[in-house]
Design a protein around this ligand. Structure first.
Ligand code: TYD
Length: 207
């Protein structure tokens, strides 16, 4: 029997450890017999890669609103060409960053109007919403030390910015506790993976 598709997103400040956990969860789900695809924003295959290049490496001035629209253009393409077809086919899509990144980074971080960003996110994604979202929470000092000295355009935004982003994520989780699960990312890699598995098991039991 074909599985019901699922869309799970991974969120948190740069250097929070979400990508490692996404790969571990993919292995776990594949072992259980699910079809899994891994993808990311910005920069899924094709057009997304071009948009990612501008977002992370363009060295001229970028207005916060223009930055938002670039992330949103990437998202619309990603939903239409990759995420929706995979979920409809019954696959589990694990996505490194999605709509909550825009609310946390451009909204809480850069100060773009959050209500407007939510509307734009809805336009970019249509009716597709993540079924489950993990927010990897960690203090910004630790996360920035993981990023290291070579920083891209976004990572060069400073501690104050990243503290706002972190608090933004916690606020999102407070507003949508059913979808958004906060993961203590100061724990060890196996401990975090264990906590994620528990949440997944619970999700499968109830859905
Ligand atoms: P990336 O190298 O993918 O970072 P990470 O490995 O931490 O996910 O770079 C993506 C950057 O873009 C990251 O700094 C977060 C930022 N971003 C936004 O500001 N808004 C968004 O909507 C998205 C999707 C990402």
């Amino acid at each position: 029997m074909k599985n019901k598709g699922l869309f799970i997103t991974f969120e948190g400040v740069d250097g929070c450890g979400k990508t490692t956990q996404m790969n571990l969860l993919a292995e776990y789900l594949k072992d259980k017999g699910y079809e899994v695809i891994l993808t990311r924003e910005p920069g899924a295959k094709g057009l997304g890669e071009k948009i990612r290049e501008i977002l992370l490496h363009y060295d001229g001035e970028v207005s916060s609103r223009a930055e938002s629209f670039l992330f949103l253009a990437d998202r619309a393409q990603h939903i239409d060409k990759i995420i929706n077809p995979a979920v409809e086919f019954g696959e589990i899509v694990l996505c490194d960053r999605h709509t909550d990144s825009t609310i946390a980074y451009q909204g809480y971080g850069r100060g773009v109007d959050i209500k407007e960003l939510k509307m734009l996110n809805d336009l970019a994604t249509g009716t597709r919403k993540p079924d489950l979202t993990f927010v990897f929470d960690i203090d910004v000092e630790t996360s920035m030390s993981r990023v290291g000295k070579e920083k891209d355009r976004m990572e060069s935004s400073g501690m104050e910015f990243f503290n706002k982003v972190r608090n933004g994520y916690l606020e999102i989780a407070k507003q949508e506790p059913k979808r958004v699960k906060v993961i203590d990312s100061t724990l060890s890699i196996p401990e975090i993976a264990g906590n994620i598995k528990l949440i997944m098991e619970e999700y499968f039991e109830h859905n």
